[in-house]
Design a protein. Structure first.
Length: 397
């Protein structure tokens, strides 16, 4: 009996000691976990803050450059989604390629016609033949932005040398002779217009507007056919979808820039779709820089990856392929949460899928056009759907 009592006491003591040790161990683990979590949150905040500071510095560069342009021009312009605007180093000559309207507008501030003709011809020759690499690297604003220190979580890249307008303007690579003939036939006394400059005394603003061929958009799409086919195949997407998205986002403007900001052919927003797509492709969270996204290969790769994430990931519970396609198109513009809202007035895509799965594809399409929160994604869905049919006829699936 004494031995039994001794065993019980010993067991209780051991149990108490062990329990005490276990409690202490668990407390230490929890404290360590909290410190680790706090450290991670601090690191994440630093990453966000550093990118926001980088983005702010970029916006300041844009504002400052626009202010400097305003010294010479009544309406200072910068590139947009559909327009590629470039200035000379002295800011007195600018080219504006409108990919939506298929026009090139070249203007220069000069004292007389001969000076203007010389500057306009030189600028047109450059615009008609320059590739994306030189267009970015020689742009005064882009040179300024490139000097802004990038945070560690921003991934950069060189812009690839892709033709911009040469395949549109010329049937084959231009020689010096054919380029000269084009320039002089396009910029002359008959095509020149002028108005007094309201900014620079004793000068005029001389202008030439060049209309691009009717098939210019199709010819520009051909520049990217290999990248589109490769990435559409890799991401299990229709070629026509990728082309329709590119056309709707930028009209194949490789320098496409919007206020969000979003960059490049498929208008990737760096800190949202850019991060998600890069992480999906390379298993690391990085924010792509503007130059990374002006590289057409990178842009099409990330844009196609984001379409894959939408169609096969965020909207995977939508059973009908056509219904899911309509939702993915709208989501590319407005986000999967806003698509869900159109069906349930919540941002829950799983809950929305249950409603969508009770509807026909046509009903899904009509409901999106009726109930999406904003008008822009409604127009976007219409345009992309229509253009998919066109590119399907041109390039097939």
């Amino acid at each position: 009996m004494k031995a039994y009592k001794s065993f019980i006491v010993s067991a209780l003591v051991t149990s108490t000691l062990f329990g005490s040790g276990s409690s202490s161990y668990m407390q230490q683990q929890m404290e360590a976990f909290k410190k680790e979590q706090q450290g991670f949150l601090k690191y994440k905040k630093q990453q966000i803050d550093s990118f926001e500071a980088y983005k702010k510095a970029q916006m300041e560069a844009f504002k400052q450059y626009k202010k400097e342009i305003g010294v010479f021009w009544e309406k200072p312009k910068l590139s947009t989604k559909k327009e590629w605007v470039a200035y000379s180093q002295d800011k007195k000559t600018r080219s504006d390629v409108d990919f939506g309207k298929n026009t090139i507008t070249i203007e220069t501030i000069a004292k007389n016609k001969n000076e203007a003709l010389s500057k306009l011809r030189r600028t047109l020759a450059k615009v008609a033949t320059i590739d994306t690499k030189n267009a970015i690297e020689k742009d005064p604003l882009e040179q300024r932005i490139a000097k802004i220190p990038k945070p560690a979580n921003v991934v950069d890249a060189k812009v690839d040398a892709k033709p911009i307008l040469a395949p549109v303007v010329f049937k084959k690579p231009p020689t010096r002779k054919t380029l000269t003939q084009f320039v002089y036939a396009t910029v002359n006394d008959k095509t020149l217009s002028k108005r007094p400059s309201k900014k620079v005394e004793n000068t005029f603003v001389y202008k030439v507007v060049v209309k691009l061929p009717k098939d210019a958009t199709y010819k520009r799409s051909q520049i990217y056919i290999n990248e589109v086919r490769e990435n559409a195949s890799r991401q299990k997407l229709p070629v026509s979808l990728v082309f329709a998205i590119m056309h709707t986002e930028s009209s194949f403007n490789p320098k496409a820039t919007s206020y969000i900001p979003a960059y490049g052919l498929m208008q990737i927003v760096p800190h949202t779709a850019g991060v998600d797509s890069y992480n999906y492709l390379y298993k690391v969270k990085k924010i792509p820089s503007s130059r990374y996204l002006y590289n057409s290969k990178n842009n099409i790769r990330l844009g196609s990856a984001y379409l894959h994430l939408l169609y096969y990931g965020y909207l995977k519970h939508v059973k009908n392929p056509q219904s899911r396609l309509y939702c993915a198109i709208a989501a590319y513009n407005t986000g999967a949460g806003n698509v869900a809202w159109a069906f349930t007035h919540t941002y829950n895509t799983t809950k929305a899928a249950r409603v969508i799965n009770r509807l026909t594809p046509r009903q899904v399409y009509e409901k999106l056009l009726r109930d999406l929160k904003y008008d822009e994604p409604k127009h976007y869905l219409k345009r992309v759907s229509k253009r998919m049919n066109i590119y399907h006829k041109i390039y097939g699936m």
